[in-house]
Design a protein around this ligand. Structure first.
Ligand SMILES: [Zn+2]
Length: 119
């Protein structure tokens, strides 16, 4: 028998945990994995200036994120959009903040603005 609270193991003749005073269970529920977090793509951009701005905003808001493909695109400038990946439980907050910005990124689709390189 196990205590569902402190996860101590007891002999069969025990019915409640002496420490927690809760009824024992025959099987413990699967342990949650606090280390595991899912990341979702919020937007993609191939503008380094947008990326810098997004970083400063998300850092200030305490949002957990990373840019996927950031280092790849450094070599193929503007060819491959970098994807902003935000921790699942921060996605809504991130989108609320970012949707009000006037940037050239789009949420998962094609860019509406094209930056021109001026030679
Ligand atoms: Zn206990």
């Amino acid at each position: 028998m196990f205590c569902p609270k402190c996860r101590s193991e007891y002999r069969e003749d025990f019915t409640s945990c002496t420490d927690c005073n809760v009824p024992l269970v025959s099987e413990l529920p699967p342990e949650s994995k606090p280390g595991f977090v899912d990341y979702k793509e919020v937007l993609s951009t191939n503008s380094p200036s947008d990326r810098a701005l997004i970083k400063s905003i998300l850092d200030a808001e305490g949002i957990t994120y990373f840019f996927q493909g950031e280092y790849v695109s450094a070599y193929v400038y503007n060819a491959i959009p970098v994807r902003l990946m935000v921790r699942e439980d921060h996605v809504q907050k991130a989108m609320d903040i970012l949707k009000d910005l006037d940037l050239s990124f789009t949420f998962g689709g094609l860019s509406s603005e094209n930056e021109k390189d001026e030679d």
